[in-house]
Write a new protein. Structure first.
Length: 487
């Protein structure tokens, strides 16, 4: 394949050759020996909301109690007790139907200005480091500075008020803070700035965040970030307890300004992952159907002080005549999870508390398989990837930012806009091979178990898992040749 001089030329050549790339990907699936009955029924993660993993046997068994008469407030209190068992009595919990709903409720309760009261309303602002998945944690306010006004313009399938812009809350702005050491270069067929976070300097980022907070202090009402723990997300530098330092610094900022710190830990697990009590964050929100293996639902865990407001907004914090628990009407009763989801959450949290090896042992096995397979990759690719495991996300991260170090063009990086436009070859190409893809943009690939790669007890099935990883690697080799990265 011919070499390209500039990035846009490389992505243009990939676009021109999409048909050939996908044809080779389908042929590679045959060569790898992916059986017809497996295609479209297994993949690189069971932690995608659009195609969640089948429930483990213990979760399904717990859900059978749905035939019983159980007041839902009892199940919510059981979840609260499990959370307090691990994090202490100063923390509380609120189950919710999705993680995104948990963010909405947390931000509306803790960041957005009050709607009632005499006089004119005021505007409020919250800080968000410029990182990945900004349409989630940074999508609830009008962007500041103004140069970020179109940052989310092409994401999702619907524009305008019914799309991401419709998430913006009343009189709320989001101050986007670029992270020192990160790069925000344009990449992808859908050519767009991508956050490349491997080089984030947490000490310099702390100074930048505090300077920004001082600038906006009079109207600052909160700070948010992801809760991940891997180098590719910018959180590879940790203290002796394993807590990412950058997360700690944001918690310190929140304490100094007396504002809440809300952590979006959608692809994270309670108890095993980023520890809210060690981090000293106010709220952490989870998607329980992702890494935790529960039925589709979300969970909000936080300090009791702020959880009182959140639980009241959900209608589960006491009846008006005086009780400790309820299941009544309030602003966000529309986000109630059902009985099945609550039962599944109880079972998932019990497993995380009492039998963590059910989830960690398959992760260890997966990590070794990924390392073994990528050790056989062509040298420029094998030498240019950083492979790490995450106990927070129960996933293996493959980061290939280092392929862009030095002279020349590295391995193609696809933007998240490529994912929504269908032009992310690392995702669309896997689909051509019969492999359900995972998150694979911004120079980062997240692999986890559960989608046809584990048995009913959650144990890893090595044969299909290896075929899925072999498929990913073969696709990367094909893309690397067409881009000119591999000869």
């Amino acid at each position: 394949m011919s070499k390209n001089k500039y990035k846009y030329q490389m992505y243009s050549s990939l676009q021109r050759n999409l048909g050939k790339i996908y044809e080779e990907a389908r042929a590679a699936a045959d060569e790898i020996g992916i059986p017809a009955e497996l295609r479209g029924r297994f993949g690189l993660t069971g932690a995608i909301s659009g195609c969640p993993a089948p429930l483990r046997a213990d979760i399904r068994a717990a859900a059978k109690r749905a035939t019983e008469v159980i007041p839902l407030s009892l199940l919510v209190d059981e979840i609260r007790e499990l959370v307090k068992d691990v994090y202490g009595d100063g923390y509380d919990a609120a189950p919710i139907n999705t993680c995104e709903a948990g963010l909405w409720v947390a931000y509306d309760c803790l960041f957005a200005p009050p709607l009632q009261g005499r006089g004119d309303n005021y505007r409020a602002r919250y800080l968000a480091p410029y990182e990945r998945h900004m349409h989630h944690q940074a999508g609830y306010g009008r962007p500041f500075p103004a140069k970020y006004k179109d940052l989310l313009a092409d994401r999702g399938s619907t524009a305008g008020e019914m799309g991401f812009y419709g998430k913006r809350q009343n009189n709320l702005d989001v101050v986007i803070v670029p992270l020192p050491g990160a790069k925000y270069d344009n990449h992808g067929i859908k050519y767009w700035p991508v956050p490349l976070l491997l080089g984030v300097d947490p000490e310099a980022a702390r100074e930048k965040l505090f300077q920004t907070a001082e600038r906006h202090g009079e109207v600052l009402t909160g700070i948010t970030s992801l809760g991940y723990d891997t180098p590719g997300y910018g959180y590879g530098v940790k203290d002796d307890a394993g807590v990412p330092k950058l997360l700690q610094y944001m918690a310190q900022l929140a304490r100094e300004y007396n504002i809440p710190y809300v952590v979006d830990n959608a692809w994270g697990v309670p108890f095993l992952g980023t520890d809210i009590s060690k981090l000293d964050a106010d709220v952490m929100v989870y998607s329980m159907d992702k890494a935790s293996g529960s039925a589709t639902s979300g969970l909000i865990i936080g300090k009791e002080e702020v959880m009182t407001t959140i639980r009241r907004a959900l209608g589960i914090h006491g009846d008006r005549w005086g009780t400790l628990s309820s299941y009544g009407k309030a602003a966000y009763v529309t986000n109630d999870p059902g009985k099945d989801a609550l039962l599944a959450q109880v079972a998932a949290l019990k497993a995380l508390r009492d039998k963590p090896e059910v989830l960690t042992r398959p992760l260890e096995h997966l990590y070794e398989i990924v390392r073994e397979e990528f050790a056989q990759a062509p040298e420029p690719l094998a030498q240019g990837v950083i492979i790490s495991k995450s106990y927070n996300s129960l996933a293996v991260e493959i980061n290939y930012e280092p392929t862009w170090e030095g002279e020349g063009l590295g391995f193609p990086i696809f933007s998240i806009e490529d994912m929504y436009a269908g032009s992310n070859i690392l995702q669309a190409g896997l689909s051509q091979m019969g492999i359900i893809p995972t998150i694979a943009y911004d120079g980062n690939i997240f692999i986890s178990l559960g989608l046809g790669t584990t048995n009913e007890e959650g144990e890893l099935l090595e044969k299909p898992m290896r075929k899925a990883i072999k498929g990913l690697l073969r696709l990367m080799e094909i893309v690397g040749r067409y881009s000119g990265f591999l000869t």
